[in-house]
Design a protein around this ligand. Structure first.
Ligand code: NAX
Length: 332
């Protein structure tokens, strides 16, 4: 059996609890691939991972390789093929007597974490490693990690697949079609409420979703907030943030990168901008992507963006530029 090494931070968190079994079950990397898993946590929590390891063993998947729990990021990421950076400090936590509520404080605290993680990944993970940032603020955390990795051979992504799945699900419900009929979804920009889920270029059974739905008022006034605020709606209803759907989206992203994109379709993730669509170069920005299945990821070009789309993309670009400005001393 082929073997790969996968590291996951935040391994004792709620997303990881749904994610880890699916990484080692044969579902994500294939039935003929053995997955060696490194579970990374902060020192205060790392002991709990012994229980997680017991459960993974008890799942009895033949694709499960070695299982390691560690609080040492360098040990965790050494020689890895994939690193899933799920762990981060959540909003609302109290640090040194101060409740962390502001996005700017969250950016700075998590920025510190992604600085050391980026260093370790650049130095120790494989040169063809792929890194998916899930922990929020995901795009700017990825920007910091990638910058600090100083390794241009590795590929960094921030996750927008959950937003994309939510955006597809809302279109499918509105049009009363199977979700598999909805393709070509793009989440432009930031994984935050400024994201632009693009209904004009999304397709339902091969036709523009906007034409199929034929209700511009719903598209422009209801649909966007529904998708943009879906994370908050889940928190309000469940009393906790999305976990199973977030883990599922991480699996979807790994599979989308690892397999050739079906002809005519694309998938959504945030990667470093090369200036496409006028997006400032270097920002980790949600784009429509295709994968060769052999490690090459390309931004789909020549997608038509109407004035509505351009105004939304401008808003999310400006937010990412201001996040970059807030952490600029971490990017030197
Ligand atoms: P939890 O609070 O359940 O788990 C986070 C875990 O990360 C904790 O166990 C914590 O000890 C650990 N951790 C913190 N700092 C760490 C570090 N330096 N190294 C290793 N582990 C560390 O959060 P969970 O619900 O699992 O969510 C994880 C992250 O995903 C959060 O930042 C959350 O905001 C983000 N999300 C991102 C989404 C996306 O689409 N990109 C959607 C879902 C989710 O909200």
């Amino acid at each position: 059996m082929k073997e790969i090494n996968v590291a996951v931070t935040g391994a004792a968190g709620q997303i990881a609890y749904s994610l880890l079994p699916r990484l080692v079950s044969g579902e994500t990397f294939g039935a003929d691939v053995r997955v060696n898993l490194r579970l990374i946590e902060i020192p205060q929590v790392v002991d709990k991972l012994e229980g997680t390891i017991m459960e993974l063993i008890d799942c009895g998947f033949k694709q499960t390789g070695s299982l390691l729990a560690t609080a040492d990021i360098r040990e965790g990421v050494e020689n890895t093929d994939w690193v899933l950076l799920v762990g981060s400090i959540p909003r609302g936590i109290v640090i040194d007597g101060k409740k962390i509520e502001e996005r700017s404080d969250l950016l700075r605290i998590n920025g510190g974490i992604f600085t050391s993680q980026g260093h370790a990944i650049g130095e120790l993970a494989k040169d063809n490693a792929k890194i998916l940032v899930v922990g929020n603020p995901a795009n700017t955390n990825a920007l910091i990690g990638k910058t600090k990795s100083n390794n241009s051979l590795q590929s960094w992504f921030a996750m927008t697949a959950l937003d994309s799945n939510r955006a597809k699900a809302q279109l499918a419900q509105k049009a009363n079609v199977e979700i598999s009929s909805v393709t070509n979804m793009t989440i432009w920009g930031n994984h935050s409420p400024t994201m632009y889920p693009d209904p004009y270029n999304a397709k339902i059974n091969g036709e523009s979703a906007v034409q199929v739905i034929n209700d511009l008022n719903w598209i422009e006034n209801d649909y966007l907030p529904l998708v943009q605020q879906r994370g908050k709606a889940v928190i309000d209803a469940r009393g906790a943030s999305s976990a199973a759907s977030a883990a599922n989206a991480a699996i979807d992203t790994v599979k989308a990168v690892e397999t050739e994109t079906p002809k005519g379709d694309w998938f959504s993730a945030a990667i470093p901008s090369d200036g496409s669509y006028g997006v400032p170069e270097g920002l980790i920005f949600g784009f429509p992507l295709v994968s060769s299945g052999q490690g090459e990821i390309k931004i789909v070009q020549d997608i038509e963006l109407n004035e509505f789309a351009q105004s939304k993309i401008k808003i999310t670009s400006e937010e990412l530029l201001s996040e970059k400005e807030a952490v600029k001393d971490l990017l030197d």
